[in-house]
Every structure is written in C-alpha cells, then in structure tokens.
Write a protein that binds this ligand. Structure first.
Ligand code: 5CA
Ligand code: ZN
Length: 423
C-alpha cells in the first residue's frame, strides 16, 4: 500500500557517523545499543487499526519511533522502516457494522486521515506500509507450515456458528507448550498474562484450546464476515499477531533491529508475534530489541478508541493548533514515562515554539557555541531518546540567541532534522 508523503530532512552540520544509538529493550530490561554492525538498521513499528482517528497516544508512539529513525539516519545508518496497518480485525468490523458502512470504506477513510496527521506532524513515512489484507497469502503459508510441523492444532467451530462455503469447521491455534521462548519478550508471569488476555484480543474462554493463552492463527470464515482463500486451511482470515510476524519477515527478515509499539502491545501482541516467528523459524528471535512507548492518558485513563476518551490530532489541527506545537507536546515527554494530555501542555508548547521561532528568525549573527548545541541535542537523543532534555538545550540556545540578537545558523536545520520540528 502507498505510504504517506515524506518531508525533506536537512543535512545536519557536524553529523557524526557511527555515533552509537541506545534505547530501552523491554525484553532485557535495560538500555542497549541498537542498529547492526554493517551500518543498517531495520525497524518494524505496529501500525494503526483504522477504525477511528489518530489520537495523542498513537501520535506519541509514531513520533517516538520517528525520533529513532531520525537519530539513526543522523548516525549514518541505512534505515529500513516497515509499518503495518491492521486493515481487517474485530474492532474494525464491529465499528463498521455499528455505523452501517462497509469495513473497507471505513478503513480507507481512517487510513487517509492518519496519513494527513502524520504528514502534519512531520513523521517520516516508512519504506513499506503494508496492510494485513495484503499479507494474507504469507499468513496462509505460515499457518500451513505450523500445522505441518505439529505446533498448530484445530479447535472445532461452535455448532451454532455458521461458516461459509469452502471454510473448514475448525479454527487453528498455536500450541504454546511447544515453544520454549514464550514469555521472553514481556517477562510476565502467567497470572499477569491471564489478567489482560481477554481485553487485549485474546480468547481465554474459548472451549477446546489446550492452553487458554494459545493464540488464534486462522479463523474459519463465518457467515457475515470477510474471508479469503486459505488453500488447504479453507476459507477464513488470519489471527492478529501472525500479520506482524509475516509482514516483518517478508520486508525485514528475521532478527530485525527494533520492534516498536505502545506498551499495551508488550503482551499479548509482541509476545505472540515473537513466539509465532520462533515457531516458524526453528526458534529464531523475531527482534533484537523491543521498544515501547508508555501510555498516554486522559482524565486518569488510557486514551483509547474503545473507551472513546480521545484527543484527536485532526481535531486539534482543525481548531487551529500548530502541528509543530503538538509535536513539541509529545517531545516534551520521555517515551518511557506515562503522561496525561492537558490543554495546558499545548499552550506551553505553543509558547515554546514561538520563542524558538523568534530566535530562528533573527538570522545569522554571532552564534558562538551553536555547533556544541547540536552535538548536545544529538547526544541526548542517541541516549535513550531523551527528547525532553534536548528541548531544554534548544530553549537555552533560543534565550542566548535572543539576547545576542543572532545565531550561527546551524541549530534550526538540526532541530528540523533531529527533532522533526520545523521553525
Ligand atoms: N494495529 C495494532 C498493532 S499491530 C494496534 O495496536 N493498533 S492501534 O490503533 O490500537 O494502536 C496503534 C499504535 O498506537 C500501537 O503501537 C499502540 O500500542 C499505540 N497506542 C494505542 N493507544 C495508545 C496510548 N494511549 N498511548 C500510547 N500509545 C498508544
Ligand atoms: Zn503489530
């Protein structure tokens, strides 16, 4: 699928090829270097399920990985970035049904809105933007392989549920007991896993599963639901996690550098993506590091489409907020700390943006030490994406420039390239 449009990234003076880039890996529980020794960096970020508009939580996630993307590029890495879009799944089908619109139409509309939000926020597009639907043939091949090696098993479709012609009367699940890497991503206990399974797309109550946590691989086509050719699996559609496993493998290969998403995906989604990949590849590791954006909330709760407590990027834009100020709100929060949206944050970001813009507008003058400002910003971002501290360094630069009545000209393009904020 075509991705959104790119914005130019200006060259950064005194850029520093080979600068190490470090971020926090959930699986190891520590800050680790990321990027491969051959100078490449492969990034996979879990994309939206397009049934509602982009809210500040999504925006925080994509801006965080945009920072990583930019910092890697600045350090000279050849980055390949892949993002999926879950353009068929339960929540999308349910919303389409509720609103009486075809699910494809709802998905297309929300994807287009997401693209315009990403462009406004100057998030660099992925090299490959891939729909779950596009990936179905790969999912079918993967599930057939898992059945063949005896790690997948059938569960009968309940008698009262009608299946379409050409569908089997079984759904297929992965047998987690056969996988000794299960649990390596989250490090969670079984109790912790069971506590969230049902609310995060699992079906622990489903009768006939060997383990309540076993993830769905292939769902036999039900009457009234979309379904695709599953070859020997019969008509149906894939489970959620396998979509990210096969898309990532096709475009990035196994053992990619960073798998990213919000912290609500640690379990089950990233755990299951990882274990399904291990099951397909004889135990190989899906990603070298798993990086998670902490949850953004509103009024004491996680901001989520299902709860409906949303601050939408598109609504803020329509109300006249400068997208660069919205981006500054996001950058002012460290990606590993949960935070809550308030209008006060946007006011303060707007003030900050005005100060930065007044400083940038002064034009070139003195600017002693501007190269050091760029080096400091780069260093702070490369060490676990410390954007809040980087913003303070730019604040100090702006104050100095305003006092001096000029600057050295190198900071504004660096702020654009590294922080994605155009002054
Ligand atoms: N399509 C799946 C991933 S394969 C999905 O989770 N879609 S989503 O639309 O629900 O979320 C899109 C991205 O935003 C995910 O990475 C998710 O972890 C992240 N996200 C969702 N809500 C929040 C929030 N409140 N704060 C931070 N990130 C969030
Ligand atoms: Zn995903």
């Amino acid at each position: 699928m075509k991705s959104w449009s790119a914005v130019p990234v200006p060259p950064v003076p005194s850029s520093h090829p080979g600068h190490p880039v470090r971020v926090h890996d959930t699986a190891r529980g520590e800050v680790v270097p990321v990027g491969s020794a051959d100078g490449t960096a492969r990034l996979y970020v879990c994309g939206i399920t397009p049934y509602d508009a982009t809210h500040m939580g999504h925006a925080a996630t994509y801006v965080t990985f945009d920072l990583l993307h930019r910092v890697w590029r600045d350090a000279g890495y050849d980055v390949t970035y892949v993002q999926n879009v879950t353009d068929v799944d339960e929540p999308l089908l349910e919303r389409a049904e509720r609103d009486g619109v075809p699910w494809e139409e709802l998905a297309r509309r929300e994807i287009d809105l997401f693209f315009s939000d990403m462009e406004a926020l100057r998030v660099l597009p992925p090299d490959h933007y891939v729909g779950a639907v596009e990936g179905i043939p790969d999912d079918v091949a993967a599930v057939r392989q898992l059945l063949g090696t005896g790690v997948a098993y059938p569960v009968p479709v309940p008698e009262e549920e009608r299946t379409v012609e050409g569908a089997g009367r079984v759904d297929l699940y992965l047998d987690l007991a056969t996988q000794d890497t299960f649990g390596h991503v989250s490090g969670w206990t079984r109790e912790e896993m069971m506590a969230v399974s049902a609310e995060r797309g699992g079906d622990p109550e489903r009768v006939g599963k060997r383990d309540p946590l076993d993830p769905l691989l292939w769902r036999a086509g039900r009457v009234g639901e979309p379904h695709w050719d599953g070859e020997t699996l019969g008509r149906g559609r894939p489970g959620w996690h396998i979509e990210c496993s096969t898309i990532a493998q096709r475009y990035l290969g196994v053992g990619l550098d960073v798998q990213g998403g919000g912290s609500d995906l640690i379990f089950p989604h990233h755990e299951m993506t990882s274990v399904e990949t291990a099951a397909m590849t004889g135990g190989r590791q899906f990603a070298r590091a798993y990086v998670h954006q902490a949850m953004v909330g509103l009024d004491g709760e996680k901001m989520s489409k299902s709860r409906g407590n949303l601050v939408l990027v598109s609504r803020l834009r329509a109300a006249g907020a400068d997208p660069m100020a919205v981006r500054l709100v996001l950058l002012a929060q460290h990606y590993r700390s949960a935070w809550e949206w308030t209008d006060g944050l946007l006011h303060r970001a707007q003030e900050r943006l005005e100060v930065w813009r007044s400083a940038a507008a002064l034009g070139e003058g003195a600017g002693v030490g501007d190269e050091a400002v760029v080096t400091e910003v780069r260093g702070l971002l490369a060490e676990d994406l410390d954007a809040p501290a980087a913003l303070e360094v730019v604040d100090a630069w702006a104050r100095t420039a305003l006092q001096a009545g000029g600057h050295g000209g190198v900071v504004p393009p660096a702020v654009d390239a590294l922080l994605g904020v155009r002054l």
